[in-house]
Design a protein around this ligand. Structure first.
Ligand code: H2U
Length: 371
């Protein structure tokens, strides 16, 4: 029933829909939902007494993995083929001439694991900038190497047991596939359409507008910008964007890679400081497709990383994407602007380093290129 009374719209109080141009979908923002009491599931606090070296942990230097291979005594990053790969290079072709309701296609690929550091009790925000830079260089190398044949190379990190991570040792995974997976395929279509309609790559324009507005910016430096996107679905979701138009990780200059190491450290320190816990998330890189796409015009793409953390209210209360989200559409409980403001206001000194002499412990040296 329309009462005829028109209230002044306040995004923090009044539910509304926001458009996600990367997924061509709408998210329901209902910030007032944060007021509801929570008697639901409370997660176990993240483990924080992880031993630096555990000879029985298959990701540690010198340990034996599931396939019997022994890891070298590595002292930086370490890459190996996943012993339980979801994609293998030589799976037989199932054939594709099936009923429209029972379709299959060939799926081939390769899965790798990359350890970031020899220590199990360290995470990216606690690593030194030079150590993070080595991770970035390795990521770029992998895109170059696997991308020479595979159309999509997904680099992703699941951090924390809450995100299904099976091992606390700092690591990420790399899955290269013979096909463009659903999310990248959607991002491909949306960015292509956007450039056609608006004459500028979507995320290049978006970064510029967000840098001007400053409302959803969390951290920034000369080369990079982190925002809680206007269309964020997870409570503290962020989008990491270069300021320059960059198609893929290997295209980054040395200065941009250093800037990336710094901005990652700053963002992840803020994440950990939010609830004073090693903040769980899934993150991953999206850049222009590779393989045969290397010969095509992919200028509609802009390199970016998504961070999807599940926590909502505290270190132990997460956001569930369940009933309405599964059956209708994604819904969020605080506005992206509120989330950005909270993250922006947090210290860039890691809570685990506080009280220690600055720069004497690993990871405590303050970043040098903050704006
Ligand atoms: P996650 O914890 O993010 O799942 O990554 C650990 C990966 O390491 C996982 O994909 C692999 C698992 O298959 N792994 C090996 O390849 N060999 C081992 O001996 C243990 C774990």
């Amino acid at each position: 029933m329309d009462t005829g009374i028109r209230l002044q719209f306040d995004p923090r109080e009044h539910q509304h829909l926001r458009y996600n141009p990367l997924r061509d979908s709408w998210v329901l923002v209902s910030a007032h939902r944060m007021k509801r009491p929570w008697k639901g599931q409370v997660e176990k606090p993240a483990e924080d007494n992880i031993p630096r070296h555990d000879p029985h942990n298959p990701l540690c230097p010198g340990s034996a993995r599931a396939n019997g291979e022994v890891n070298p005594e590595y002292d930086s990053t370490f890459l190996f083929d996943n012993d339980f790969p979801a994609l293998q290079p030589d799976a037989p072709d199932p054939g594709s001439d099936h009923h429209p309701l029972f379709q299959t296609k060939a799926a081939r690929g390769i899965c790798k694991v990359m350890c970031f550091h020899p220590w199990s009790d360290i995470t990216l925000p606690l690593m030194q900038l030079g150590e993070i830079r080595k991770v970035i260089d390795k990521w770029a190398e992998l895109i170059e190497e696997l991308g020479s044949t595979y159309p999509w190379v997904q680099i992703f990190e699941n951090r924390g047991a809450m995100m299904g991570c099976s091992n606390p040792h700092p690591h990420c995974q790399i899955w290269a596939s013979s096909f463009l997976p659903n999310e990248p395929a959607l991002a491909e279509r949306c960015q292509r359409e956007y450039l056609r309609k608006h004459g500028e790559p979507m995320l290049v324009q978006y970064a510029r507008l967000e840098a001007q507005a400053q409302v959803r910016v969390v951290v920034e430096n000369e080369h990079w910008l982190v925002v809680v996107p206007y269309w964020a679905t997870w409570p503290f979701q962020t989008l990491l964007l270069p300021r320059r138009h960059v198609l893929r990780l290997p295209d980054l200059t040395s200065e941009e890679r250093d800037g990336l190491a710094s901005i990652m450290k700053r963002l992840l320190t803020k994440y950990d400081n939010l609830f004073e816990v090693s903040f769980p998330y899934s993150m991953g890189w999206h850049g222009a497709p590779t393989g045969s796409h290397l010969e095509e015009d992919t200028s509609h793409w802009q390199l970016h990383a998504h961070y999807y953390p599940p926590l909502l209210r505290s270190a132990t209360v997460r956001k569930f994407m369940v009933g309405y989200e599964m059956l209708c559409k994604e819904q969020r409980d605080l506005t992206p602007e509120q989330a950005a403001e909270r993250l922006r206001g947090l210290s860039e000194e890691h809570y685990r380093s506080r009280g220690e002499e600055r720069g004497t412990e690993r990871g405590t040296a303050p970043p040098t290129d903050g704006l």
